[in-house]
Design a protein around this ligand. Structure first.
Ligand SMILES: NC(=O)c1ccc[n+]([C@@H]2O[C@H](COP(=O)([O-])OP(=O)(O)OC[C@H]3O[C@@H](n4cnc5c(N)ncnc54)[C@H](OP(=O)(O)O)[C@@H]3O)[C@@H](O)[C@H]2O)c1
Length: 217
């Protein structure tokens, strides 16, 4: 199973402002992202992204089929009124929870039409989740953030590729969400090594950088 992380960030490495504004991509870049979605079996995001952005995670800017949606949500907090759950009967949706999720929430999520996968004791065990997805026949998974999920996927060595669209904008703010959050490494050498595969430029001046993600210590 191939796992690709995609994100849009400002030149200072932020994927959203401190208040949660993540309107970074140009229309041309959104088209690229939607093409990637259409070529993926599933799109995955963390629960904070759902709570802040209320995304649909569908294919709209290009023609193509909608991928399944996978939300990493330990406690089963996803609101019933979220666009994801409101459309879960029509579009395949997996909510990955941990043992922290209450039975009542699991029942509520299932009633909305989503499949619930329980993996991990505290946070979602991503290795177990990815194994489940692989066994379920998923071949291409697109991880669309946010920063905490990006960290876990990279740190666990689960990502094959990283695609970052660098916009000619500056967000600033030490509380703004960066491309990769989590605990971070003590030394740069401990992080995964990236190999630049391709660089593209959009008319809006974004640089789309595509990297292969290597192993790390
Ligand atoms: N520019 C872009 O491309 C882009 C893309 C996506 C999002 N964003 C922005 O990013 C922000 C949200 O990012 P974020 O970093 O705060 O959160 P996030 O990565 O969307 O979600 C993180 C949450 O997922 C849950 N989780 C469960 N298991 C996990 C695991 N093993 N590893 C990591 N997370 C796990 C945790 O909440 P529980 O403990 O409750 O489960 C965790 O706090 C929003 O402002 C959004 O707009 C930007």
């Amino acid at each position: 199973m191939k796992v690709t992380i995609n994100a849009a960030m400002t030149i200072d490495g932020k994927i959203a402002t401190a208040s949660g504004d993540s309107a970074i991509s140009s229309k041309e870049d959104w088209k690229r992202v939607h093409k990637m979605r259409a070529a993926s079996d599933a799109v995955m995001v963390g629960i904070s992204t759902v709570l802040v952005d209320d995304p649909r995670l569908t294919v709209r800017h290009v023609r193509g089929r909608n991928p399944a949606r996978i939300i990493v949500d330990s406690k089963g907090r996803i609101p019933s009124r979220s666009r994801i759950l409101r459309s879960a009967h029509e579009q395949k949706t997996v909510i990955a929870v941990s043992e922290q999720a209450k039975e009542a929430d699991i029942i509520r999520i299932k009633k909305a039409g989503a499949l619930v996968v329980v993996a991990g004791r505290d946070t979602v065990d991503l290795k177990a989740l990815f194994l489940f997805l692989k066994k379920a026949g998923f071949k291409n998974v697109l991880v669309e953030g946010g920063g905490e999920l990006n960290w876990s996927v990279l740190d666990l060595g689960l990502a094959d590729e990283l695609v970052v669209s660098v916009a000619p904008r500056i967000a600033g703010g030490r509380l703004a969400t960066t491309l990769v959050e989590g605990d971070g490494y003590d030394r740069i050498s401990q992080g995964p090594k990236l190999a630049l595969m391709r660089v593209e430029k959009t008319k809006a001046g974004e640089l789309v950088l595509r990297y292969r993600v290597g192993k790390h210590t």
